[in-house]
Design a protein around this ligand. Structure first.
Ligand code: ADP
Ligand code: ZN
Length: 816
């Protein structure tokens, strides 16, 4: 980008302010001013980091300050992303500079440590004695004290020196600025490869060992050094010499490992598409490169959606575009990454929370430098700095992990559609259990619907049997744990040498420990929830704040020492399974067993090797994994999420049940599912049993319409949180009053928007913080936003400052 003549920049500072600011660029910095770079600017009486959003030639503002320094050598994001950032700031009512800061890889703050050092040219300049005093002072300081950070250097110098002067020295080649990265950053793994050369010396005089190496390498064309040494042990010594003599070439290449630590080989090219897949791909390709469009691909589990994604990505790359593939957080150990790597090789960047900051930064820069043309990642990958995006794929688009529940509360699936629109790209959303919102958008003709109705090779869907937990079994009421039907099915499956998955969406041993005397549950002292008993640690633990207390404390309400362990969790399921099937090898996947890094991968590895017969797990096992030898899925209790005080409880229950059931029989044998429930006639259970998404949707959408919930209405939630119970409540009440007053002043607000609350949140206290909610419900997003903004402004003006935090959540997902 040419910045000639453009002396001003629009800067968003990384602070909670809503406006952007204009700064002037001094002449020495001018050639480096580019959109997408970070700058250091004076702000009030601080020096802060900001981001250049625009360059301009003139400004009518007075008292413009100067940019102190430009922090990046290359822009960190392309100009095309600025409209995206501005859109987010507007829609989510969030400071622009903080959005940019949150979008950039966190490792940047680490890289900000810059040092200055003297070069050899600088040294000779120093001895040639024809220098300005200030320049000399800088060079001498660096020569005598070694490389210094900017701050230290400025402190060391007796007189003030401008940053522009340092720039001048730098561009004279006398000093060098280095970005110091945090030590211990992980570098991409490299491996050496030995290759044959085109014309080499005659091999007649070579020793037998050298001859053998040459024959092997020439036979394969190329071999990894490791593989070669396995064949010829002396290769370690000989290869280097042979390369020096011109017989071979040695190259170092990055190798990518799958999450199991195994190298990924490239696949044998794409399979022939099924008829259904071919027409889905054709529909997307028709649009690709011809402007914005959104597709929702509803494809049942095992219908081959990933192959559709890979074909469309390949087509986008062929047309010179870049592509973005979003996957749910947990799927970072799913097949997706492995399959894409095998197909596309090196041009893939990975962005997810499992990476260290250094790795994330590397991946980001690979996109900036255009080394990567495809990015795969969890929700934050939506900010990948592509400048020619043709396709954005959102796999498992219904997944809740796309919603960020802190800081900027964005939904990556919604942002995928917005970014595609702004860049004229295609958005392809896929799921076996689409969100009600997205399916509604198909019906409303905002998205185009695509379908895969059949499994690959017409493999049968699992056979799902519903077992009523209320029925008497053998003269007794069934224990709500394992019915005879499930027990028999597990035994049969184990006898055949196949694997079983038992699903219960609640971790711990017992989640409702209760006093045998007064009936009070054991409550957390910091939160408004009951604590869960964990047998592994023999203690009660709060799942919200982590507070733990010994089992021996007894009832806090009446002092009775005896606590009854009610409420079943995965830890207890595993313990009971061990007593019923003592021979079986069991394992458990939940928040407790996978807290340690790498633990989840180890369990999955064992599962794949066949070292586990029965796997017990929470919703962590429902997502994206492919377990070919699991032929039986037992759902211990399908009803846990049905009665949550949240209008999406039904949707979540259906999705969870259908997804867990979809884990059965993904290999060559047909799968079986036993679904235990207290509500066998509930439509979520019935439609999940029939794997009938359209039927579920028809039922659910009527409920949403009758009660005027999304997608028929838009929601903005305002959360008030504070440590003082009274102050928080009063603040929330005042917000409510102001909101009603604003509605009285404005007919549109009055007519279109409904205020629910303020009320104490269902989880009224978490981590010692009291929480209140106001819910604004409206038909159109414009008036809703306008009212929310007006509410914020007036509250800041009228409510006396209090130690409360006010958070705006646009399109909230978490209603608790
Ligand atoms: P989904 O993501 O829809 O649940 P997958 O993408 O996992 O389904 O596909 C299921 C299986 O079918 C995978 O093992 C995949 O490799 C295979 N598959 C997909 N498409 C084809 C095809 N056209 N021919 C043969 N096998 C295919
Ligand atoms: Zn707690």
């Amino acid at each position: 980008m040419c910045s000639r003549g453009k002396r001003y920049v629009e800067v968003a500072v990384a602070l909670p302010v809503s406006k952007t600011f204009t700064y002037e660029i001094s002449r020495p910095l001018l050639p480096w001013a580019e959109v997408g770079k970070r700058v250091l600017v004076p702000f009030r009486n601080l020096q802060v980091t900001g981001y250049i959003l625009d360059l301009c030639e003139a400004t009518d503002q007075e008292g413009i300050k100067e940019v102190l320094d430009i922090l990046d050598e290359v822009p960190l994001f392309p100009p095309s992303m600025i409209q995206f950032f501005r859109w987010m700031s507007d829609y989510y009512i969030y400071p622009l500079g903080e959005i940019v800061k949150g979008a950039l890889p966190g490792g940047l703050n680490v890289t900000q440590v810059q040092t200055m050092g003297i070069t050899n040219e600088g040294r000779s300049a120093l001895s040639s004695r024809r220098l300005k005093t200030s320049d000399r002072a800088v060079l001498e300081a660096l020569e005598n004290r070694g490389p210094l950070g900017l701050r230290t250097l400025l402190k060391t110098l007796k007189e003030d020196i401008s940053l522009a002067a340092l720039r001048r020295l730098e561009h004279a080649g006398w000093i060098i600025r280095e970005q110091k990265l945090k030590p211990g950053r992980v570098r991409p793994k490299k491996e050496r490869y030995v290759m044959a050369v085109e014309s080499r010396p005659s091999s007649a005089s070579l020793s037998p060992a050298r001859q053998k190496i040459l024959t092997m390498v020439e036979g394969h064309g190329e071999m990894s050094f490791k593989a070669l040494r396995a064949e010829v042990p002396s290769a370690g010594r000989l290869v280097k010499k042979m390369a020096a003599d011109g017989f071979l070439d040695v190259v170092a290449r990055s190798v990518y490992r799958d999450p199991f630590g195994e190298p990924i080989k490239s696949d044998d090219g794409p399979p022939t598409l099924t008829g259904e897949q071919a027409s889905v791909v054709a529909a997307v390709l028709e649009k690709l490169g011809r402007g914005f469009g959104t597709y929702l691909l509803y494809g049942i589990t095992g219908s081959g959606k990933t192959e559709v994604y890979m074909r469309t990505v390949a087509a986008a790359l062929d047309q010179g575009y870049q592509a973005l593939v979003l996957v749910p957080e947990i799927a970072l150990i799913s097949q997706t990454e492995r399959l894409f790597r095998a197909r596309f090789g090196d041009c893939i960047a990975l962005l997810h929370s499992g990476l260290s900051q250094g790795e994330r930064f590397d991946q980001w820069m690979r996109i900036v430098r255009k080394e990567a043309r495809v990015a795969i990642g969890a929700r934050s990958a939506i900010f990948a700095p592509f400048d020619r995006l043709g396709l954005i794929i959102v796999d498992e688009e219904h997944d809740d992990s796309y919603k960020q529940e802190s800081k900027l509360r964005y939904h990556a699936r919604d942002l995928a559609v917005v970014r595609a629109k702004l860049e004229g790209a295609v958005a392809l959303l896929g799921s076996a259990t689409p969100s009600v919102q997205s399916y509604y958008n198909v019906r409303a003709k905002k998205f185009k619907g695509l379908n895969l109705w059949k499994r690959i090779e017409n493999q049968a869907l699992p056979d799902i049997k519903v077992v009523d937990l209320r029925e008497r079994q053998g003269g007794r009421y069934a224990k709500p744990f394992m019915t005879t039907a499930l027990k028999e099915a597990v035994a049969e499956t184990l006898n055949r040498g196949e694997q079983v998955l038992l699903f219960l969406n609640r971790r711990g041993f017992a989640n409702y420990p209760t006093c045998t005397c007064c009936g009070e549950p054991v409550r957390c002292k910091n939160c408004d929830v009951t604590m869960t008993f964990h047998q592994g640690t023999n203690a009660f633990r709060c799942h919200y704040c982590g507070y733990t207390c010994a089992q021996t404390v007894g009832c806090r309400a009446c002092g009775n020492p005896k606590i009854k362990l009610l409420g079943l969790g995965t830890e207890q399921v595993e313990a009971k399974v061990k007593t019923i099937f003592p021979e079986a090898r069991t394992a458990r996947i939940d928040g407790d067993t996978t807290a340690r890094k790498g633990a989840l991968v180890e369990i999955l590895k064992d599962l794949r090797k066949g070292n586990i017969d029965i796997l017990v797990g929470t919703q962590m096992v429902a997502k994206g994994h492919h377990y070919p030898n699991i032929t039986l899925v037992g759902i211990i209790c399908a009803d846990l999420s049905l009665n949550f005080p949240d209008f999406r409880a039904g949707e979540r229950t259906f999705q969870l049940l259908a997804q867990v059931a979809g884990r059965a029989g993904r290999g060559s044998r047909r799968g079986r599912v036993i679904l235990q429930t207290l509500n066998p006639d509930h439509f979520c259970v019935v439609t999940a049993r029939d794997q009938d998404y359209p039927a579920f949707y028809e039922h659910e959408i009527r409920f949403r319409r009758d009660l005027q919930y999304p997608p028929y209405r838009r929601l903005i939630q305002v959360i008030v949180a504070g440590k003082d119970r009274g102050q928080t409540a009063r603040y929330a009440q005042r917000l409510g009053e102001i909101c009603r007053a604003l509605q009285l002043e404005n007919k549109t607000y009055q007519k279109e928007i409904e205020l629910l609350g303020p009320v104490a949140a269902p989880l009224a206290r978490i981590k010692k913080v009291y929480r209140w909610q106001l819910l604004l419900k409206g038909l159109r997003v414009g008036p809703l936003h306008a009212l929310t903004r007006a509410l914020k402004t007036r509250a800041e003006r009228e409510i006396p400052k209090a130690a409360v935090k006010v958070v705006v959540d646009v399109d909230p997902m978490d209603m608790l």
